[in-house]
Write a protein that binds this ligand. Structure first.
Ligand SMILES: Cc1cc2nc3c(=O)[nH]c(=O)nc-3n(C[C@H](O)[C@H](O)[C@H](O)COP(=O)(O)OP(=O)(O)OC[C@H]3O[C@@H](n4cnc5c(N)ncnc54)[C@H](O)[C@@H]3O)c2cc1C
Length: 369
């Protein structure tokens, strides 16, 4: 029998699997409904290692982002995986600098004490094309290749004896004494029953569905995972023009349409915010969004109109709602109160879920000890 079954092989499931199999020597199985790991949210995001200054003090997001960032930088370095601690600037129009101060204070309370205040002239000294707005510089923000990270985690997990079953969906669960009997169904429709000591639901956009199939009544209690789509546009002419990430002030729903770099120095703008109808997954990028993108980005990069924009790709954030109210934190619960100790549901693992990935395993282990 497996000590632990993890449902979902995105960066979160793989990180947790690597932690329990490699560091704690538990016998683990990861089940993934797609043909390959990492085909969901994890392959469609900004690939930014966040510093941790946006999130409410005391929230899981604040704690796990900072813990995850530290673990991620050492893991990437130790294993020679590609990343760059490029830093980022958050720009604010002069009449909104109090919002930068608020971010800096929030960061300090959260333990991010390297944020520096930068004047508009200094910003223009760095990049003449940017608006001369005051900014907050975050030197510990960085970028990575999620694909390389996931391949390494999966490789280590398997080399340590962990099992990964792809084209296998979790479809039902029956508690049996202190164990869980899981029904796993292959893409060809064959179903098998498998006992497990403990289970973690890390199914991303499918996490609420998985919880429901396991008999947890979140949907009946008004929980909903909103599909919040974010599109990106590429700016081919701006390649190598920037060496830092450039962000506007955050909004209540997102960090704003930012200038994102990848490790090849390609520049992309995104993501915007578009709620899809319930359950819909649609990754097409509407070229008509270009106007709205230009308008938003012009506020901090007035010279954007000198560049062509190409529709690129989109990702979908799993935004958790309880009733009509957005639940802004990660929801990670051991279901002992529902009579299922050892079963953990992870709901609403949106940004900074990638940055936090390596902190989830130790956190869940703490719930169990
Ligand atoms: C546009 C966008 C930008 C973002 N930018 C950043 C960023 O810059 N930095 C950051 O830290 N975070 C960022 N995030 C958030 C981050 O990408 C996610 O938090 C993280 O990737 C979530 O990973 P996951 O493993 O939970 O989900 P996924 O990668 O979706 O993995 C879940 C897996 O579960 C599988 N699954 C579902 N149902 C079942 C089932 N019944 N049985 C078996 N398998 C199942 C799915 O196929 C999927 O592979 C961003 C997200 C988006 C959408």
């Amino acid at each position: 029998m497996y000590d632990l079954v993890i449902i979902g092989a995105g960066v979160v499931g793989l990180s947790i699997a690597q932690y329990f199999q490699v560091e704690r020597h538990w016998q683990c199985l990861v089940v993934e409904k797609e043909e390959q790991f990492g085909q969901g949210i994890s392959s469609r995001n900004s690939e930014v290692i966040h510093a941790g200054f946006y999130y409410a003090t005391g929230s899981l997001k604040a704690g796990l982002c900072i813990e995850g960032k530290n673990r991620l930088y050492s893991y990437l370095k130790r294993n020679n995986l590609p990343f760059r601690r490029c830093g980022k600037y958050v720009l604010a129009p002069p009449d909104r600098t109090s919002e930068l101060e608020r971010l800096q204070t929030q960061g300090r309370i959260n333990g991010v004490d390297d944020l520096e205040w930068v004047g508009g002239r200094q910003v223009q000294g760095l990049y003449r094309e940017l608006a001369p707005h005051p900014a907050l510089h975050s030197p510990s923000t960085g970028i990575l290749s999620v694909d390389a990270l996931m391949h390494h985690l999966a490789g280590e997990f398997r080399a340590a004896g962990g099992d990964l079953a792809v084209k296998t969906a979790f479809t039902a669960m029956t508690p049996q004494g202190e164990e869980y009997v899981l029904t796993l169904t292959s893409t060809s429709g064959e179903a098998v029953s498998l006992p497990a000591q403990r289970v973690i639901n890390a199914a991303g956009l499918g996490a609420l569905e998985v919880a429901g199939r396991a008999g947890f009544d979140y949907k009946e209690r008004g929980y909903r995972l909103g599909h919040c789509k974010g599109s990106y546009f590429r700016v081919p002419g701006a390649r190598r023009k920037f060496h830092h990430l450039i962000y506007p002030l955050p909004t209540p729903t997102s960090l704003g349409i930012h200038l994102r770099l990848d490790l090849q120095d390609e520049v992309r703008l995104g993501p915007d915010v578009e709620y899809l109808p319930d359950g819909i997954v649609d990754y097409t990028v509407d070229p008509a969004l270009e106007r709205e993108f230009r308008e938003r980005v012009r506020e901090y990069w007035p010279k954007i109109d000198g560049y062509d924009l190409e529709p690129d790709w989109a990702g979908i954030r799993p935004h958790l709602f309880v009733g009509s109210k957005r639940y802004h934190d990660f929801h990670i619960v051991d279901e002992r109160d529902a009579g299922c100790p050892g079963w953990v549901n992870m709901l609403g693992i949106d940004s900074p879920g990638l940055t936090s990935a390596l902190a989830f395993g130790p956190y869940i282990n703490g719930l169990w000890t």
